[in-house]
Ligand binder design. Structure first.
Ligand code: ZN
Length: 184
């Protein structure tokens, strides 16, 4: 039986690279939760995000976690107006450069040419390339850490007034609203 991907992972972040960083939840809480607990989970997450690959080895999983944490730290540094660590930038660029996936336009949407024979490194390359695009793009000033309780997840604030505070209205935004109501 396959697990329901939405029960395992938070899938509601619009930015692919930030959705990837959300595979650890409650980052700012007392007990952050790692959801990429094994290679099958990584393969599941990739497949659910349009990145089909052949298989995922323990080395791929280690690379994925390293990439994810580099993206998270660079994003958080950017959100705080700090310079990212050069080590993290190096990790990101190395994994981006190692990917061979080609961009495709499919049903009027941008996608990536990946199949069941694609090595996992190509999918990680896609995630790294997406991170490069966001972290170094014109909207980098809109990168924020969620203010939801214990969350600190990365998101791109595309609201007109640049006043969004939560990674997702449905989860963190709601939690805050509910706690306000019960406090009154
Ligand atoms: Zn959040």
């Amino acid at each position: 039986m396959t697990e329901d991907v939405r029960r395992v992972f938070r899938m509601d972040n619009e930015v692919l690279a930030f959705r990837f960083t959300a595979t650890v939840s409650d980052r700012a809480g007392p007990a952050p939760r790692e959801r990429l607990t094994d290679t099958a989970r990584l393969k599941m997450w990739l497949g659910a995000n349009g990145l089909r690959v052949r298989d995922v080895s323990p080395t791929d999983l280690r690379d994925a976690v390293e990439l994810r944490e580099a993206i998270y730290r660079i994003g958080s540094a950017t959100a705080a107006g700090r310079q990212p660590a050069s080590r993290d930038v190096r990790t990101l660029n190395t994994i981006a450069a190692a990917g061979h996936a080609k961009a495709v336009l499919e049903h009027e949407r941008a996608g990536w040419r990946l199949t069941e024979t694609t090595p996992a490194g190509d999918a990680l390359g896609v995630l790294a390339a997406d991170a490069v695009r966001i972290l170094g793009g014109p909207d980098r000033g809109r990168i924020k850490n969620c203010e939801g309780p214990g969350c600190a997840g990365l998101f791109l604030d595309t609201s007109r007034g640049s006043n969004r505070r939560w990674c997702s209205m449905n989860t963190c935004g709601n939690k805050v609203k509910k706690s306000r109501i019960s406090a009154n």
